[in-house]
Ligand binder design. Sequence first.
Ligand code: GLA
Length: 751
Amino acid sequence: MISIDEQRGVVLLSTNSSSYAFALLEHSYPSHLHWGDRIGSVRGPTVHQSGRRPFSVQAPVHGTYLSLGSLPSEYGWSGSGDFRIPSWEAVDEQGFPIIEPWHERHSIHPGKPALDGMPSSYTKAGDNSETLKVVLRDKPSGLAIHLRYTVFPTYDVITRSTVFCNDGENSINLTRAGSLCVDLDGSDFEVLSLHGAWGREAQLSRHALAPGVYSFGSRTGTTSHFANPFVALAPPSATEHTGAVRAALLMYSGNFRADVERTFDDDVRLVLGINPDSFSWMLGPGERFTTPEVLLVYSAAGLNGMSQIYHRFIRERVMPRRFQDAPRPIVANNWEATYFDFTHDSLLPLLDAAAQVGVELFVLDDGWFGDRESDGKSLGDWTVNRRKLPRGLEGLAADVAEHGLELGLWFEPEMVSPDSDLHRAHPDWCLHIPGREKPLGRNQLVLDLSRPEICREIIDRVSSVLESAPISYVKWDMNRYLSYPVSPSLPAERRKELSHRYVLGLYQIWDALTTRFPKVLFAGCSGGGGRFDAGVLSYFPQIWASDNSDAVDRLRIQYGLSLVYPVCAIEAHVTSIPNHQVGRFTPFSTRGNVALSANFGFELDLTALDDEDRRIAEKLVATAKKYRRLIHGGRFVRLESPFDAGSNRVAWMFVDEKARLALLFAFQLLSSANREGRAVPLVGLEPETLYRVSWLDSGDLRLMGFTAPPQSDPFTEGPVRCIGAELMGRGVELPRVLGDFVSFRFLIEAE
Ligand code: GLA
């Protein structure tokens, strides 16, 4: 709920367990007061500084003066004496900075407005959500800044975004337009964020703040493999289960930047939004610019507490409604099984094997179109390759259906190969600098999505394929960055708008296609997890997390992603050994347990499995089907982290709402002689309830034909019975098994 003490100018936004407050100082300037535990009201002083600070600059406000340089701000800018990192900047037609955004009005509205052309979270009846609009205005230029805050009380989430409106008569150039600015007292925080590269996405980074600004983000035109648009601040003592965590997630799929500044006063400013490095936006009279939405979470229950808030919110208020409760299909993808080398006939044995182990959907990956025999050509020519598929997609779909499967199809619609009919017909449709070479990435160029006619063409081409055959799943890939984001169609003064216009074009395409094909499950991909963000998830409910499918590396990638994203958003497949990306050998059951912990599927030649592995595959599919509601909709609890120093074990569990049913996964990395294993203490059970713990994958521990019997096995007599307090205290004792990379799957049921 939102309340305003009009007399003191204090605004208080509260969810069920958190509050966020700011003051409208001198009824003119929004100054941050509180983001933390829920409070009933703000009683204390609303001005943090006493008197004027030495060497400060005073901004004239409604006949008085404010020293903005050290005031906690809700939306700081430069030019008026605040020298911290700004969250927005704009200049008027003569190039003079716009510097007087004083409070004009505010209002509270039920529900939440959608964002113009951008993905945003939504409310449902019964949410009791409210939106606060605060309008700031720079009178001389006519620039109005609408700060929007929406409170989702039962989700413990507050969202923010900003709309810039040019109500003046001349153009305004917006050179920075952040979505979030918040100033926190003190600097005893560590910054948590996710970083990586292709094949090793979402690696958790956690470190103290030094004086100055710590920045990270993306300049690739996408969210990128390098960083995720998420940042959290937590005291050094915060653990997975304790401590106050403040976090922000940007719902955006393009260039972004997070700035965390430890100020001269040893306070912290956090700014998050579109990356200003490669951005500006010309606002003509009467025009508006909307920033992406940011999702704010405060949790007093450590990192797991924060993650569980994000998981539930993204699942229920970000992802497309129609996929919220629908069970996600178990897929077999042919990419690592065949790469480009397949025909209709050679796919048939794969379909047989997929059907035999219980798969539900077959995904035909890259290579089904144009003249595509390698990654060197044909992107853009979305017509079926008759040499490979003589009976077309319709013929393939018929055989897929004969096997009791549905058909999924790979596309990469944002791209064009120089060697393609599309590029020959429209050489100017790609991003390029006229008169210069067009540098390639994976032999391809990026289509100019800032141009509406190109977006329309993409929608038409993809639609006609989807209309040509019963296709129920689309893997939407994107395999290069926008290295020189230039559209010759934009005038010189608008060059820096391209990256954002690209993302807006993309959102339009996704909106049109997901509306036209509501039953098709679209899955995101960008060379694995190069575009894994909440913007994508508002159209596509799941994303291929990494091209690295090695079980051990995936532990880190999936653990990292789970900081923010629900596991139903993460696609994970069982692939063959030696692993194609890192060459590692891991047991089939371990590859299975890693994939089971997300959106399960296969991506290997299922016809090559021996009887033992086929038995394990069938068991994995049966487990995925039986427990997908728990895995995708239950509470995901991280227990032991691969990012802890010296980590040799990873564990996590899924618990249902009433703590009656849980699945525990534990992964033992390197084997060690003569060492007693520690039990894995669980979290989130009922202390007094009696639980039965069953080892579900005993007997699946074979590594390359070798199975050693467990050296000790607490489960030899069958399931073990313990009360919740014991399982959460001492924990579940793991069998002692020889071999590296072994894993365990346990079912925990209340008696
Ligand atoms: C990307 C994807 C892979 C696969 C290939 C096909 O690398 O991440 O999963 O689809 O493209 O070219």
